[in-house]
Design a protein around this ligand. Structure first.
Ligand code: F6P
Length: 349
């Protein structure tokens, strides 16, 4: 058996742990040959591959990023204005691939599903710091991002307290608020603002004023990059030709501009950015990524294709790719974490 593996979309901690687990499990349990495809689906079009033997994946468990490289805007079905999927598929056939393991977020799962329907058997593995893929309770990478946010908030809280300031920390997460919500709870935020819930700046200002005059003296705000200010998204950039052309960012600074005239204390903003995506995975993500890699190898061995590995409760299972492709998972209105946040005094708009 010959299995290809690729990592698509933005990177995140734990990708190497999956590559390692898939490679080791397939080679140890059925002697399969594994080939790494470089830079996601781009490598299938540009014919960039490399063999993966156990020695090639030794020592990468805790390494951030991806040894295969990735590409966050390459869709073979619409690449530089044309459909290159036939070439990508022809190259996979030339390599003699019996199956492809595609590790990625919603964009990658969507492409993987379409490639699968063209005839290359695919298994998907859900990655993203955003934790916004449907039908899985967790994606690997999320826990590592939350740990970064929590540590940042711990640090911002002490300086906020010293100066009696309003400190705003902006997280990633795209159109979902999971990182800000879990990171904010873990880091003791006083305010958490997420895309799924609207808020009024005037009400937030009133809260900050009450706190600056009260015993607290300061306010720690954790805002997701997709949170809507004046009902709209704050877009930093547009990437032409990308399946996901909007680059979000800057809502924290925009909020600061609106909030500052309404409060007495100074307002400062920290944009956490790609720090949330880099570096070593947490122990939880290393284990989850390894479980996902093993589960993907099992699906390949059993010939269960067109499916994505998923974590439901504590069980590692799988779901049909067609129920994942093109969908996302926003924070539900009355999710237990939202209830927990509100019940412990966190203002969420
Ligand atoms: O999807 C992961 C993510 O980190 C989002 O949270 C963020 O909006 C986006 O990717 C950033 O993408 P880029 O690395 O292209 O700036």
């Amino acid at each position: 058996m010959h299995v290809g593996i690729l990592t698509g979309g933005g990177d995140c901690p734990g990708l190497n742990a999956v590559i390692r687990a898939v490679t080791l499990a397939l080679q140890r349990e059925c002697g399969a040959r594994v080939t790494g495809i470089e830079r996601g689906f781009h490598g299938l079009m540009t014919r960039r591959v490399r063999p993966l033997a156990p020695a090639d994946v030794a020592g990468i468990l805790a390494e951030g990023g991806t040894i295969l490289g990735t590409h966050n805007s390459c869709d073979p079905f619409r690449w530089q204005g044309a459909d290159h999927s036939a070439e990508a598929l022809a190259f996979a056939r030339e390599l003699g691939l019996d199956a492809l393991v595609a590790i990625g977020g919603d964009g990658t799962m969507d492409i993987a599903h379409r490639i699968h329907r063209l005839g290359l058997p695919v298994v998907g593995v859900p990655k993203t710091i955003d934790n916004d893929l449907p039908l899985t309770d967790r994606t690997f990478g999320f826990d590592s991002a939350v740990a970064v946010v929590a540590e940042a908030l711990d640090r911002l809280a002490t300086t906020a307290r010293s100066h009696g300031r309003v400190m705003i920390a902006e997280t990633m997460g795209r159109y979902a608020g999971w990182i800000a919500l879990e990171g904010g709870i873990a880091g003791g935020a006083d305010v958490i603002l997420i895309p799924e819930r609207g808020f009024e700046v005037a009400e937030l200002a009133a809260l900050c004023r009450t706190r600056e005059q009260g015993p607290e003296g300061h306010t720690l705000v954790c805002i997701a990059e997709g949170a809507k200010l004046d009902g709209g998204l704050t877009v930093k950039d547009r990437v032409a030709g990308s399946p996901d052309p909007l680059r979000l960012g800057g809502v924290g600074h925009a909020l600061q501009q609106q909030l500052q005239p309404l409060v007495d204390s100074e307002v400062r903003t920290t944009l956490l950015g790609h720090v949330q995506r880099g570096g070593t995975p947490t122990a939880f993500d290393r284990v989850l990524a390894t479980r996902f890699g093993f589960a993907a190898a099992q699906l390949v061995r059993r010939g269960e294709f067109g499916r994505m590995v998923a974590l439901q409760g504590d069980a590692c299972t799988s779901v049909p790719l067609d129920q994942v492709a093109g969908r996302s998972r926003p924070v539900p209105d009355e999710h237990p974490l939202v209830q927990t946040a509100r019940a412990t005094g966190i203002w969420m708009g």
